[in-house]
Design a protein around this ligand. Sequence first.
Ligand SMILES: [Zn+2]
Ligand SMILES: [Zn+2]
Length: 199
Amino acid sequence: MAGNKRDHAVYELAAEDGSAVLTIATFNAQMNRLVGLKFMPADLTTHWEALSDLPDAVLEAAVTRAQKTRADFPTPVELRQDADQVKAHAFIVEPAEDRVVALAQPFTITVPEVGTVVSVTREWRYYADRCSDTGWASWWCGTVEDRRAPWMPISSCGRRGDHDAHEWVGQCACWESNPALVRKREAQRKYAEKPGRAA
Ligand SMILES: [Zn+2]
Ligand SMILES: [Zn+2]
């Protein structure tokens, strides 16, 4: 079945050739950077299915562009347009060190919405669980906590004046020190220095 491979990629969090740097955690972190735009869909399955082939550096650059140019949460088509605009400027990261480890006790799960059963035999070890090595983390601003998720510590967003409680996304505390992010920046620096690339 055509969808099988992608469903596996979601849960194994790495493609067979090691090149799929975009994981569901990275994808969700990037989508969360758009949380301030209007009409964010509650279910991002369509976005994931339509965009999961993008290298994470391209998605990150596309999201940065969308933040600056859009008022409404972009559709997959619009995010692909953003990706096309920034592709030449995005830094493609070299394959990460293999952080996949075999599970002692493999198990199966049913993919929500899709209904496909996949077997989980390996997991990806993160340096930082807080942000899943994406460098981006969520906080909750406000005293009304009805929509606060367990992974969002309470912290003011810094915006002045009365406003409704909300989630906000910023750089994780591990941004400077996380080995995965250090390596990513080093790869970007080397890439940028290669002659003949668009700057
Ligand atoms: Zn972190
Ligand atoms: Zn706030």
